[in-house]
Ligand binder design. Structure first.
Ligand code: AMP
Length: 218
């Protein structure tokens, strides 16, 4: 199964992608995670991406497309994949179609997660993450039982630089301007299913699995 999870930051794409990955035994490819890892490790890619990521702006298409092209060549993705946070621009979507076509492949489904702007801001501004094991918490909705420390590994939790108010505003603006046009792009190809991402995680997952089995394009 070859899937794309589309939606603004904070709609829960990553959480749902993790669950689908386990259930369907395919890998999640999150360009956000890959870029953050590169930034942490100070690789040439990380050094190029850092400022863009910190400020909530998009990393240049050529850089991200190269990264995804390289990942998709990995035999571990032969069974399928979930792209989380890619494509984010029309040129990225066109490049993806080209990379897949070169291998005689195409996407099976694109899921568009919808959540209101108010809820997104609430979710992102309260999000905390563990820099060591990458566990995710929310100060109000899913606090760590160990306060400011990670419940799993004891590391001090941090707020992502792009989860601070100013960067959240930039990310939402970037989404509207550059990523939202992909809804039309994939709708025209009859690949798109819509999901209400504001419901409980398990409800969203239930609806997601239904959409994968019997695609709902309404
Ligand atoms: P995410 O974790 O998906 O919200 O991504 C975090 C940040 O990584 C984004 O705000 C961008 O700076 C960068 N990024 C992730 N995916 C892409 C992409 N497909 N194109 C450009 N920049 C990206």
């Amino acid at each position: 199964m070859r899937l794309v999870f589309l939606g603004a930051p904070g709609v829960g794409k990553g959480t749902q992608a993790d669950k689908v990955a386990v259930q369907y035994r395919i890998h999640k490819i999150s360009t956000g995670d890959l870029l953050r890892e590169a930034v942490r490790n100070k690789t040439p890619l990380g050094l190029e991406a850092k400022e863009h990521v910190d400020q909530g702006r998009l990393v240049p298409d050529s850089v991200v497309i190269g990264l995804v092209r390289e990942k998709l060549a990995d035999p571990s993705h032969a069974n399928g994949f979930i792209l989380d946070g890619f494509p984010r621009t029309v040129p990225q979507a066109e490049a993806l179609a080209k990379v897949l076509a070169e291998r005689g492949l195409q996407l099976d489904r694109v899921i568009n997660f919808k959540v209101s702007r108010e809820e997104i801001v609430e979710r992102l501004s309260g999000r905390r993450s563990c820099p060591k094991c990458q566990a995710i918490y929310h100060v109000q909705f899913a606090p760590s039982k160990r306060g400011d420390l990670c419940e799993r590994c004891g590391e001090a939790l941090v707020q992502r630089s792009d989860d601070q108010r100013e960067a959240i505003g930039t990310r939402l603006r970037v989404y509207e301007e550059q990523t939202a046009p992909l809804i039309n792009f994939y709708e025209k190809q009859r690949l798109l299913s819509y999901l209400n991402g504001a419901e409980a995680v398990e409800t969203v997952y239930h609806n997601l699995v239904k959409a994968l089995v019997v695609p709902q394009t309404a």
